[in-house]
Design a protein around this ligand. Structure first.
Ligand code: RAM
Length: 522
């Protein structure tokens, strides 16, 4: 289990920043979407999660079907939706002499239609699983579910009518919502069909996560995480260009730091802005990184000036974690995120992220012409040389992490991204990584993004394209309408939360191929 729960979490509000964030709140655009067909899900070990969707009948068949206790059907909206469900239910037969009891199960994936949620026993709250039990006293009735759902499929199960009446369903629809402007995206028109499709699915993923803020997942966790925001912002600059939403999110984090000035790893927006009591070393630093990328995309000097103190504070706090050798103090607690890879030691990848962000800090300080420039530049030099001295294993020709000198993919990838090695060395390192395939690998599309970008930095464009096609293309072949939070082609059931039912199947950090394709002209 990876959580933090603080006893004394003191939040120091900056009302000016909070107001600024509030004034940048986007308007949501709605569109009405109707289901395309009725489907069945059947067990089939050859497909993802072992559940296969098969067409049952056209949606018009609902006009003729009467449902009694125990009957059910599944509607398929044909694509991933984020929004509000409405339908009309009316009685047939004798006057309804008892309420209708109805169960709805709402899912992004066929498995959510097939496997009962009662079987879930993971460590994240089961309340994320999307379902409703509804009692309808007066029929006919138009029902609009109050909660926003993230889904493609909806299963309707009639749990009880009475012996005297049945029900019929009509006008099922979803009011889909997003703050993304789909028309703002320039068509890619890629000659490679798979890259074209990957770009489209990336954009759909990003759009469905763009709500009041850049959410990490519209099904789960439905909040603003810094690590996800950084990647969403990058994808956004290449596509929607909704730069004000990035600005809003930066102000939200800067509005609720703790008493040391540290920004939380994530914030909640409702009922008002609340900073979570979770602090992750890498995510806090990514505040600076996100500000850096935002500035490059917008040249918005005013925002840079205003948020620089918050960004610089993350650097100062991060530097406090260095020991006398200029190496980050390791810990077995959940202190830095990096990836969900089991057994991954976080020390060396975190050290690389520190270097990566220090370089961005120097750049921003130069732009602002502030004295921090020299301080950071001097520390950077010391830290880079300490990193090469203590964390590079000459014999193995890999960076090592932690007391056990672990060789992980994450360490090599982040050292390449941080520019600790030259382009030629990066090339050799990435190729060695692919040849020797150390056991501590990659668990998420988040880390996979960094892997692909490291290949690009190392000048391995063709390899980057083929790895991207295998991974994100693999997800598409396995049925993705939007990219998934977790995907391990060798273990398709994988979930760090104890059950794939709770995984998010439209996830912010998985939307980056559109950025990689467009930015690097793949
Ligand atoms: C999970 C989510 C989220 C991520 C955190 C660290 O809860 O996938 O997007 O940023 O982990």
């Amino acid at each position: 289990m990876s959580t933090q729960k603080l006893e004394n979490h003191v939040v120091v509000k900056n009302n000016l920043f909070i107001q600024k964030a509030e004034s940048l709140k986007p308007e949501l655009k709605s569109s009405m979407v109707k289901p395309e067909r009725l489907v069945e899900v059947n067990l089939d070990p050859s497909v993802m999660h072992g559940w296969k969707v098969e067409p049952a009948s056209s949606i018009d068949a609902l006009d003729k079907r009467e449902f009694k206790k125990g009957d059910s059907f599944i509607v398929d909206f044909g694509d991933h939706q984020v929004g509000y469900l409405t339908f009309r239910v009316r009685p047939v037969g004798s006057p309804p002499d008892a309420p209708l009891k109805l169960k709805l199960t709402i899912g992004e994936m066929p498995v959510e239609m097939g496997e009962p949620f009662e079987n879930y026993d993971g460590w994240l709250s089961s309340a994320w699983l999307q379902e409703e039990t509804i009692f309808v006293d007066v029929l006919p009735e138009t029902i609009t579910l109050p909660r926003r759902y993230s889904f493609r499929y909806v299963k309707f199960e009639v749990l009880a009518t009475s012996q005297k009446y049945q029900v019929m369903f009509e006008d099922i629809e979803c009011r889909a919502v997003t703050s993304a402007d789909l028309e703002a995206v320039e068509a890619l028109g890629h000659p490679d069909q798979m890259l074209q499709k990957i770009d489209e699915v990336s954009i759909k993923t990003l759009a469905d996560c763009m709500q009041d803020v850049f959410e990490d997942g519209p099904k789960r966790d439905r909040r603003l995480w810094l690590g996800d925001l950084r990647l969403q912002a990058l994808a956004n600059y290449e596509t929607f260009g909704t730069n004000e939403l990035v600005k809003r999110c930066l102000y939200l984090f800067a509005g609720v730091p703790n008493d040391k000035g540290n920004v939380s790893a994530n914030v909640f927006i409702e009922p008002q802005l609340i900073a979570d009591d979770t602090f992750l070393f890498d995510y806090s630093l990514f505040f600076l990184s996100t500000l850096h990328d935002y500035y490059l995309a917008t040249r918005d000097t005013e925002t840079l000036k205003e948020l620089w103190p918050t960004a610089y504070c993350q650097v100062e706090l991060a530097l406090e974690r260095l020991d006398e050798d200029q190496i980050l103090v390791d810990s077995s607690a959940w202190w830095s995120f990096i990836d969900w890879q089991q057994g991954l030691n976080k020390q060396t990848p975190s050290q690389a992220i520190l270097i990566y962000t220090l370089k961005q800090a120097v750049h921003l300080a130069e732009e602002l012409n502030v004295s921090e420039k020299e301080i950071v530049a001097a520390r950077l030099e010391e830290i880079v040389s300490a990193t090469k001295k203590y964390l590079w294993d000459e014999e193995q020709q890999f960076f090592v992490s932690g007391q056990d000198r672990q060789v992980s993919w994450a360490s090599q990838i982040w050292m390449v991204l941080a520019g600790v090695v030259t382009e030629e060395e990066s090339k050799q390192l990435m190729n060695r990584l692919l040849e020797e395939k150390p056991e501590i690998g990659i668990a998420t599309p988040y880390m996979y993004h960094h892997f692909i970008e490291a290949l690009l930095i190392a000048g391995e464009k063709e390899l980057a394209i083929s790895e991207m096609k295998t991974y994100w293309g693999g997800m598409i072949e396995d049925g993705a309408d939007t990219f998934w939070e977790l995907y391990d082609p060798k273990d398709k059931e994988f979930s760090p939360y104890g059950s794939h039912l709770i995984n998010s199947y439209c996830h912010a950090w998985s939307c980056t191929p559109t950025y990689l394709i467009r930015k690097y002209n793949l």
